[in-house]
Design a protein around this ligand. Structure first.
Ligand code: SF4
Length: 119
């Protein structure tokens, strides 16, 4: 769900959105290790300092590393795309990089091979 124009990015990144998005994502969500994110690891609280964010994200990634649906979760987050939080062991910034690489790879795949010149 995209934030409404009157919402701040911080307000849009509350865990409630993650829960509803995950529940709509497919059958894999029932096996998600993070179904009850009681520690609040996966989404940034308002005005989170950088050091705290990095620490929280690393903790979330450790949870993801032992999750049986990591691949499904990651693909869901890339396909939506989910703009906030840690999904499938990747932060939002890491997902943006991965999506850019996929787009570049897909673009390269449809480019015709260069025609060599006959001298
Ligand atoms: S991979 Fe991570 S974010 Fe995705 S369902 Fe599993 S624990 Fe949750």
């Amino acid at each position: 769900m995209l934030p409404m124009p009157h919402q701040s990015l911080q307000a849009a990144a509350v865990p409630v959105q993650r829960t509803s998005a995950r529940e709509q994502a497919g059958p894999w969500h029932s096996e998600a290790v993070c179904r009850r994110d009681e520690a609040g690891l996966f989404f940034a609280p308002s005005k989170e300092p950088t050091a705290a964010r990095l620490s929280r994200e690393q903790a979330a990634k450790r949870v993801c590393a032992r999750c049986p649906v990591l691949v499904d979760c990651r693909e869901h987050a890339l396909l939506q795309p989910e703009p906030y939080g840690v999904w499938g062991g990747l932060t939002a910034a890491e997902r943006r990089v991965m999506l850019a690489r996929r787009r570049r790879r897909d673009t390269d795949a449809v480019q015709p091979a260069p025609v060599s010149r006959i001298a």
